[in-house]
Write a protein of this length. Structure first.
Length: 207
């Protein structure tokens, strides 16, 4: 909390596509009950879809729709900045040092090089969502955009559900060409060590 800095003129938008997965008749019930329902249906969590619930493919499609919207929005706004008298003055400079606090802590830390050095961003976006949605969003990166995690990230954490307040940090490069796939760099995924000073028990999360 001591590192928090107030920001002014920060635009906050709400988007229904960022909601948690709909669990139908299992909504609001303990996970143990959903596991029992899945076992009775001959399935396993989280692949099981309760009656009136949302399938994993539907969640991933929702994540894809939001991500494509976000990329298009940044492209349109960055093009608008380029045609203003101030040019690229609204762009954000970022260096490798800026990313050091976000690099995953592992037993054998490896410094992750961000694009080989400094770069300039057209936008810096904070997306706040839910664990199952985030997991399927990252799965969309892997399955549909052929994104590969850096080797220094723990393999067990790549597609696990993020702990509460977990942080995943990606740098996305979007091309203006039609049908071009975004370039995705992962700085960290499901990071939760910011909770250690709060005496929060995160040992049961596989990250």
């Amino acid at each position: 909390m001591s590192n928090n800095q107030p920001s002014v003129n920060v635009e906050i938008n709400y988007d229904i596509r960022l909601r948690e997965r709909k669990y139908g008749t299992a909504e609001g019930k303990p996970l143990s009950e959903m596991r029992a329902m899945a076992k009775k249906a001959g399935d396993q969590c989280p692949f099981y879809t309760p009656p009136n619930g949302e399938t994993l493919e539907q969640v991933k499609a929702r994540a894809r729709d939001f991500f494509e919207f976000l990329c298009q929005l940044v492209l349109e706004e960055s093009c608008g900045k380029a045609h203003t008298p101030s040019g690229a003055s609204g762009r954000l400079g970022i260096t490798s040092d800026d990313l050091v606090p976000f690099v995953n802590n592992t037993s054998n830390p490896v410094e992750y090089s961000f694009n080989g050095g400094d770069t300039t961003l057209d936008a810096s976006l904070l997306v706040v969502t839910h664990g199952a949605f985030m997991k399927n969003w990252i799965k969309y990166f892997v399955d549909d955009l052929q994104f590969a995690f850096p080797p220094e990230l723990k393999k067990s954490g790549e597609l696990s559900v993020s702990p509460n307040t977990g942080i995943s940090h990606f740098v996305i490069t979007v091309g203006s060409e039609t049908n071009s796939k975004p370039e995705i760099q992962c700085i960290c995924v499901n990071r939760h060590d910011h909770l250690t000073d709060l005496d929060a028990d995160t040992s049961h999360y596989q990250v």
